[in-house]
Design a protein around this ligand. Structure first.
Ligand code: FE
Length: 198
């Protein structure tokens, strides 16, 4: 089920749609890191689960880089006010099915790195070489005005926490549960969001 129209995605097929992307594209390399895309995203989810996080944060950690697969997304998702920035494309396709805390963690995961570089002295030192390289492309550490704006986001704690799991989920050779382990968690989040929206 490659790239249906956004209108064809619904609460019953969004999780299989994501699972299919993981299955076909998960072995892609994760720019400059020693893990594949799926290894990286699954490691984030495992860290969230081990930390006792709730379903929504596990989902956010698992899906934070889904926007790297933008060519798997419906064309109309990309046209909807987004550009090729992977964090924006990822949030755009999830927005209809996941609560805002999830889409905020996806949308702001690059901003969170820039935020932490500006506000946490020890943070920059533990970034991977590849992550330092992309930091410069992403605009470097936030300035004071950007930091102040970021602090207004009610989901800031969740966004920062997912970013920390993102940074830790780059361990070569580490074996995690498979994507299928997380499918019921994703579906619970989707179902709860649908119920809340009614
Ligand atoms: Fe990541």
């Amino acid at each position: 089920m490659t790239a249906p129209n956004l209108a064809d995605l619904n609460a019953a097929n969004i999780v299989p749609f994501i699972a299919d992307i993981f299955a076909r594209r998960g072995a892609d390399s994760y720019l400059g890191e020693d893990v594949t895309m799926s290894e990286h995203m699954l490691q984030g989810a495992e860290l969230a689960e081990q930390a006792g996080a709730g379903d929504a944060l596990i989902a956010a950690a698992l899906l934070h880089d889904i926007g790297h697969f933008t060519n798997e997304f419906p064309d109309d998702a990309l046209a909807k006010g987004t550009d090729t920035l992977h964090e924006e494309a990822g949030a755009a396709v999830l927005r209809a099915f996941f609560p805002q805390v999830v889409t905020d963690c996806v949308y702001y995961h690059v901003a969170a790195k820039r935020f932490l570089c500006a506000t946490d002295v020890g943070y920059f030192d533990q970034l991977s070489a590849a992550s330092v390289h992309t930091l410069n492309l992403q605009g470097g550490p936030m300035d004071a005005q950007e930091v102040a704006k970021m602090r207004q986001n009610p989901n800031l704690d969740a966004i920062v926490q997912v970013r920390i799991w993102d940074d830790l989920g780059k361990v070569a050779g580490h074996v995690t549960p498979p994507f299928s382990h997380y499918e019921p968690i994703l579906q619970r989040v989707v179902d709860a969001h649908k119920k809340a929206a009614r």
